[in-house]
Design a protein around this ligand. Structure first.
Ligand code: 2HA
Ligand code: ZN
Length: 269
């Protein structure tokens, strides 16, 4: 069967990155059943032949009008599809969609009529926001990292920047690679517009947000970097929990050590 990826190595590379990340999410235990979603803005790889491709399923409403998405194309994980299947067969467990000219509907154009993720309204609202502010971020990732979700069940860690400061202080790399920290989103119904709106509010200040008692939502230039941010933060959570399991509260890096690091790596304060 022919594929939209045939003779399009740059587009194929982006989809392969999605498949690789989907495999990591499964291996880490962050993607039970159909848990988590990935969307990537692939508009820069779209040529005239793709623009001429007909829809292979009727147009469906997004649930919102998103003016910045006019003419945009996305690769999306399919709803009810498993990350572990996306890892092996990306074009059977995900699809390429086009936003229609009214900016309120999408149509699937390739390879199979796989309906996109249940979190599509929040993912697309985030992409609309990113384009609107001229960001070069193209990927968004929602997943269920065990230790970060566990921390989100404790009120103390839901106060602004408490979890960020704790996680940064576990190992110097965390602040170096996640200099914007972890934004906190109070519990909202999965897939709801309220969840999308509060996520967008926090993404002004953070690249990764923690959805209370649910998961994380991360944005980055590509899907590999979005995964890296979550992985680095969850690694710090694992170190914190390992220390607690050994029966002590970890000291964390001192304020002086954090200051020294911030200056040496030229990080924001
Ligand atoms: O798509 O994780 O929050 C499955 C989910 C929804
Ligand atoms: Zn989820």
């Amino acid at each position: 069967m022919s594929s939209i990826l045939d003779n399009r190595p740059a587009l194929e590379r982006e989809v392969n990155k999605v498949a690789e990340v989907a495999g990591y999410l499964w291996q880490k235990g962050w993607a039970e059943r159909n848990g988590g979603n990935i969307t990537v803005n692939i508009t820069e790889y779209v040529d005239d032949a793709i623009r001429a491709m007909p829809a292979i399923a009727p147009a469906a409403p997004i649930g919102a009008t998103l003016p910045n998405l006019k003419g945009c194309y996305f690769f999306c994980k399919g709803t009810n599809k498993r990350m572990r299947d996306l890892a092996r067969w990306p074009m059977e467990n995900g699809s390429v969609i086009r936003i229609t000219d009214d900016c309120a509907h999408y149509e699937i154009i390739a390879d199979n009529p796989v309906r996109p993720t249940s979190e599509l309204p929040s993912h697309l609202a985030v992409h609309d926001y990113l384009i609107g502010k001229g960001s070069n971020y193209k990927a968004s990732l929602h997943t269920h990292p065990i230790e970060l979700v566990a921390m989100s069940h404790c009120k103390k860690f839901l106060e602004k920047d408490v979890a960020t400061r704790l996680l940064w202080s576990m190992i110097p790399e965390t602040k170096a690679f996640c200099p914007r920290g972890l934004g906190i989103i109070p519990y909202q119904l999965p897939g709801s517009n309220e969840l999308a709106q509060s996520t967008i509010r926090e993404l002004g200040d953070y690249d990764v947000t923690l959805w209370e008692k649910h998961g994380v939502f991360a944005i980055e230039e590509d899907i590999m970097q979005a995964f890296d941010q979550v992985d680095v933060l969850n690694k710090s959570a694992l170190i914190y929990i390992a220390a607690k399991n050994m029966g002590f509260e970890p000291d964390g890096m001192s304020d002086e050590q954090m200051r020294e690091m911030t200056i040496a790596f030229n990080l924001p304060k």
